[in-house]
Design a protein around this ligand. Structure first.
Ligand code: FAD
Length: 306
């Protein structure tokens, strides 16, 4: 059995594995796709101390760093079930099962997509999901934010300070964000709010986004907006479906953790975008993963026979 088994190979999982391996304990990483969301990222400008890097380059560096330690990396392995116990069992989709004294869950999250034509084709070419990451790329340009919940309205307020103009598009008849955020939003001179609007297409010139098309759900008319960027803010889905009923999740499906990454199951820790920790970012995931690695080690020295 492993001492520490990390499930997920993004920034959180890589950090957890490195911190665990540096304690000289038997460490493994099982990941569906080593590198995680970083693999889907183009420019990264907020990885502190590195002014600019690119996702695939950072993902390769993560893997290289992990493999410089004695860590068993099992890539292309999806976990489907966790069975708590003194030795925790993790079952994989291929039928195999892994056993470990402690487990660190770092399965990340995925942005909910609109599912309209053009969205996939113009991803990273104007279609963006993370205002903290990509907001500055649209300095002085026109953008739309799709979604009028808290994250959409926060994104619109944030972007309004950087870009020329923000159009916020909400499907429902009214915004769902907290009142205080809505008041702030409506006080901004360069924001337009459109409700009862269904985005139906992302348009582009073959290279980058040039606009979007939406349908007025009340009257049915079709409108076009010319713009350079679209931030989709209709939900971040944690990859925790397989854990439902096994450990405590928030109403949004995020794994509930304490400030050491401990979950509701003894010996099982969690870190990164799959948890309740706010602000889903690479440096934050790495910090949380490091904490979970140290917390798992602490747990081992308190519970394992010498
Ligand atoms: P992830 O990176 O999501 O990794 C999850 C890992 O778990 C993957 O290896 C995945 O394959 C694996 N996994 C999932 N389910 C299972 C399972 N059942 N069994 C086994 N393995 C599983 N952040 C920034 O700080 N700066 C940026 O510029 C930036 N740009 C971004 C651009 C895009 C397009 C996207 C999508 C995200 C961006 N982010 C950025 C956010 C950042 O990528 C995430 O916050 C970070 O990757 C989270 O790390 P994580 O390790 O928690 O999860």
């Amino acid at each position: 059995a492993f001492d520490v088994l990390v499930v997920g190979g993004g920034p959180a999982g890589a950090a957890a594995a490195i911190y665990a391996a540096r304690k000289g304990i038997r460490t493994g990483v099982a990941a569906e796709r080593f590198g995680g969301q970083v693999l889907d990222t183009m420019g990264i400008e907020n990885f502190i101390s590195v002014p600019y890097t690119e996702g695939p380059k950072l993902a390769a560096a993560l893997e290289q760093h992990v493999k410089s330690y004695d860590v068993e990396v099992m890539n292309l392995q999806r976990a489907v079930k966790l069975i708590p116990g003194d030795v925790v069992e993790v079952q994989l989709a291929n039928g195999a099962s892994l056993r470990s004294k402690t487990v660190i869950l770092s399965t990340g999250a995925r942005w909910r997509q609109m599912g309209v034509p053009g969205e996939e084709a113009y991803r990273n070419k104007g279609v963006a999901y993370c205002p903290h990451c990509d907001g500055p790329l649209f300095k002085g340009k026109r953008v739309a934010v799709i979604g009028g919940g808290n994250s959409g309205v926060e994104a619109a307020i944030d972007l309004a300070g950087i870009v020329a103009h923000v159009t916020l598009i909400e499907f429902d008849v009214k915004l769902r964000a907290d009142d205080v955020l809505q008041r702030k939003l409506r006080s901004l001179p360069n924001v337009t709010v459109i409700t009862s609007a269904k985005t139906t297409e992302v348009t582009g010139d073959g290279q980058k986004v040039t606009g979007l098309v939406y349908e007025d759900r009340a009257g049915g008319e079709v409108h076009r907006i010319a713009l350079e960027g679209i931030f989709v803010q209709i939900g971040l889905l944690p990859n925790t479906e397989w854990l439902k009923g096994t450990l405590d999740l928030s109403p949004r499906g995020e794994i509930l953790v304490d400030d050491r990454g401990q979950t509701s199951v003894p010996g099982v820790f969690a870190a990164g975008d799959c948890t309740t920790v706010p602000y889903k970012q690479i440096v934050i995931a790495m910090g949380e993963g490091s904490k979970a690695g140290l917390a798992a080690f602490d747990h081992l020295i308190r519970t394992s026979a010498p």
